[in-house]
Design a protein around this ligand. Structure first.
Ligand code: ACM
Length: 767
């Protein structure tokens, strides 16, 4: 946090450009702090601002002075004083945990205590959240007389983070994000008490950090013509402009329009200092020996076969059997180690095409010399040698969990991502390696979202992965990873990150005893804060309808608004809803087949997801007659990988039985498998039933012998819903499900004609 010190000198009462658009409409955020403080005792009343309110640094608290900078920015018009009747005081308390703080707000005194600058800093962050939207809107200059309109509710908070690593990772290689936007990201991370910003600076698609020894890495390696992922984004931009690749990242090079960008070392130093002033450390990742195409296209001699480009599954990796490789890597990391003050450097080491090292003379010779038995051990040789080099520069190595392959030194830190290798965290912790938890299932924010994604992140338990009580101390934290193959713009990035980042903030800081409903209520309040920060967050889902709807005589389209201030607009001519489309003002009666396209619009005009609601006419499906149906469904289990349910082969069947409802009654499922639940669904009354099927990976539901919900194929957790008109009685039912690997979800809910959505249970299934 050295730069706090330099900032300390700049006690500039820079006018804090905040705002109160209408003070009369002042919103009070109450105690909706995210992440939830460990202990919060509410009290009556608000802090009472006066024109004489002063900032105080308590005696013997000079070491916290840098945090005063942030307080001064927050209370731009307050003068620092020595004594006053009405004060905001910052004081040192060495008994408080690292990064912890206490915050007391009384009617005429706000007191912050901390042992470290970071702790004091996070106290200011909590205070800012208590102040609500007023200090976030940056359109008007705050006038002192208006301070009184900012209600800070009285409270006592004692707080400290659970994890010391609370990270956000951003891939700036696949798509480039400029320095101005990285600063914005840092502001937002800091607002939610994240403290590590992991920059994935190099990959096959572009090299983003200046290396003075190899200028071509950025003069050429940072620029590309459109690749396949760019073309997909351009195609998607036709219906969603957030997929458009910003013009500002194109440049003419040798007569060709090239896409890209990079950071000079000076620029990066500026960013590091800015992050530091916001309580955040930047961790650089230069991904080796795989994911190196941006470099190997320029220096093909670094690979085993003297060519860059794509190999079997991944790109041609650096050859770990040539001294030229280590010369290159050490030259790069010498500059990286000097540039980044973090004690960590991330070596990557994921997804390496190790088959490229087979039958290579240099590798055979090295393996013989070093007694290495496999290409996995060659990878381990590379990682260990790089780790010794990092250590010689006073740095610690982090690698993705592939660093375990072939053995890892106990001083390396492992970043866990491959959910389909659930034993990896335990293997690392058993050996005494620190572990940072970023399992794909919960932490990959490039995965598409739907209405269940926020809760999914909130349900993340970083200790779940076979970690014993005594091994928990090796789990130093959690991180959300943002891979940007299909995230070309800042708006798209914000859509993917918010509000999921709020759930990750709470997992990282404190979740003990806090339930989902409590969190969701606070998130509702934070939407107005996100609006005030002008963040293009994903709106909560519109609901109350089914996308595949049916009517027999006539139907009613009902839509619930998830957020106050939202306007719902719709079209029926196939076009996408715009600000000019009709407003949905209440239930609509359906008497003929129609397709609606519906979206919510925020007051600033930002549009949420577009929902297509299709109404078709249907007659009630007749039931089948069963003489003596037994309870439950026939369950079949196939422990094999299939890409689609049609591929399920009865020859692979290993287990059969009866399941009460939609359960998988297998003691230990295989990594990849398929299941079938077959029997009858009992419709208790004649009417329209609605089903919602959530699965990760694919699933297909047949009802009345027809495919009714098709969610087939390999995908993350998504929900699909549909309606069906059923006559009272038994209807043939079949649910097929696929798990490709990496953790599964299978959940079926339904709504009776007169009931509410609920989980299916044993009462409705027969065979
Ligand atoms: C990774 O997602 N390849 C670490």
């Amino acid at each position: 946090m050295n730069n706090f010190i330099t900032l300390k000198l700049k006690i500039t009462l820079v006018l804090f450009l905040c705002v109160l658009t209408t003070f009369a409409q002042q919103e009070k955020a109450g105690y909706a702090i995210i992440p939830q403080p460990v202990k919060l005792i509410p009290a009556a009343g608000n802090f009472e601002w006066t024109t004489a309110t002063k900032l105080l640094l308590a005696e013997n608290s000079e070491s916290l002075a840098p945090a005063l900078t942030e307080l001064k920015a927050t209370f731009a018009l307050l003068k620092q004083g020595k004594t006053a009747a009405n004060t905001v005081t910052l004081g040192l308390d060495p008994s408080i945990a690292n990064e912890g703080y206490t915050l007391s707000v009384e009617k005429n005194a706000i007191v912050i205590k901390a042992a470290t600058i970071q702790g004091a800093f996070w106290a200011v962050t909590s205070l800012k959240q208590l102040m609500g939207t007023a200090i976030l809107r940056r359109k008007q200059v705050l006038q002192k007389s208006l301070l009184s309109a900012i209600a800070i509710p009285c409270v006592k908070i004692e707080d400290a983070p659970h994890f010391s690593w609370r990270g956000i990772h951003l891939d700036v290689s696949r798509h480039f994000f400029d320095l101005a936007y990285l600063r914005t990201m840092i502001d937002r991370m800091s607002y939610y008490k994240f403290n590590k910003f992991h920059l994935h600076l190099t990959d096959d698609q572009g090299w983003r950090i200046e290396i003075k020894k190899y200028p071509e890495l950025t003069s050429k390696g940072a620029w590309r013509e459109m690749n396949g992922q760019d073309s997909s984004c351009i195609a998607l931009a036709k219906t969603n402009p957030d997929y458009a690749i910003p013009e500002k990242h194109f440049k003419m090079i040798d007569g060709k329009k090239m896409y890209g960008g990079f950071y000079t070392q000076d620029e990066m130093r500026g960013l590091i200092a800015y992050a530091d002033s916001k309580g955040i450390e930047i961790i650089p990742e230069i991904d080796m020996p795989g994911h190196m195409m941006a470099a190997t296209n320029l220096m093909p001699w670094l690979t085993s076969h003297g060519k860059g480009g794509q190999a079997k599954d991944f790109s041609e990796p650096l050859c770990p059997c040539k001294e030229t490789t280590f010369e290159f890597a050490e030259n790069v990391f010498t500059e990286i180690a000097a540039l980044f003050p973090s004690k960590y450097i991330h070596l990557g080491a994921d997804e390496v095409e190790k088959s490229s090292w087979k039958n290579v003379l240099e590798c055979e010779a090295l393996m013989k010399k070093e007694g290495l038995k496999s290409v996995d051990e060659l990878q381990s040789y590379f990682v260990r040698r790089m780790e010794r080099f990092f250590n010689s520069k006073g740095k610690k190595l982090i690698g993705w969990d592939e660093i375990l392959d072939g053995g890892v030194s106990p001083t390396a830190t492992m970043m866990y991502w491959r959910t389909w290798v659930p034993t990896a965290p335990k293997h690392a912790a058993e050996k005494g390696n620190d572990v940072i938890m970023t399992p794909g299932e919960f932490c990959y924010f490039d995965a598409q979202q739907d209405g269940g994604s926020l809760q999914k992140v909130y349900s993340f338990d970083p200790y779940k992965f076979n970690i014993s009580e005594s091994e928990k101390k090796f789990v130093i934290g959690v991180q959300a990873n943002i891979w940007t193959e299909y995230i070309p713009s800042e708006r798209r990035l914000e859509y993917m990150v918010f509000p999921r980042m709020l759930a990750m903030a709470e997992v990282a800081w404190f979740k003990g005893g806090v339930d989902w409903n409590n969190f969701e209520n606070r998130v509702q309040k934070h939407f107005s804060l996100l609006d005030a920060m002008n963040i293009n967050y994903r709106l909560p889902d519109l609901d109350g309808f089914t996308t595949q709807s049916v009517f027999v005589d006539k139907g009613t389209l009902h839509i619930n608004k998830p957020l106050a201030g939202l306007t719902i607009r719709y079209t029926t001519d196939g076009t996408l809803p715009t600000l000019q489309s009709k407003i949905f003002n209440g239930d609509l009666t359906i008497t003929k087949p129609v397709e609606f396209k519906v979206a919510g619009f925020r007051p600033n005009g930002n549009r949420g997801d577009i929902y297509t609601i299709n109404y078709v006419h249907q007659d009630y499906i007749k039931p089948v007659q069963l003489s003596s149906p037994a309870k439950g469904l026939k369950f079949s289990y196939y422990p094999r990988f299939y890409k689609t349910v049609n591929a399920i082969d009865e020859k692979d069947l290993t287990n059969e039985g009866i399941s009460a409802a939609i359960e998988i009654p297998v003691a230990k499922t295989a990594e990849s498998f398929a299941t079938r639940h077959k029997g009858y669904f009992y419709a208790e009354e004649t009417g329209i039933y609605s089903f919602a099927l959530r699965s990760d990976d694919g699933s297909v539901l047949k009802l009345g012998d027809k495919v009714f919900i098709d969610s087939d194929g390999m995908h993350t957790s998504i929900e699909k819903s549909a309606e069906i008109a059923l006559e009272k009685g038994y209807h043939p039912f079949e649910l097929m499900f696929l798990e490709g690997g990496g953790g599964y979800t299978l959940k079926l809910q339904y709504k009776t004609p007169s009931g509410k959505l609920k989980d299916v249970d044993a009462s409705v299934f027969f065979h």
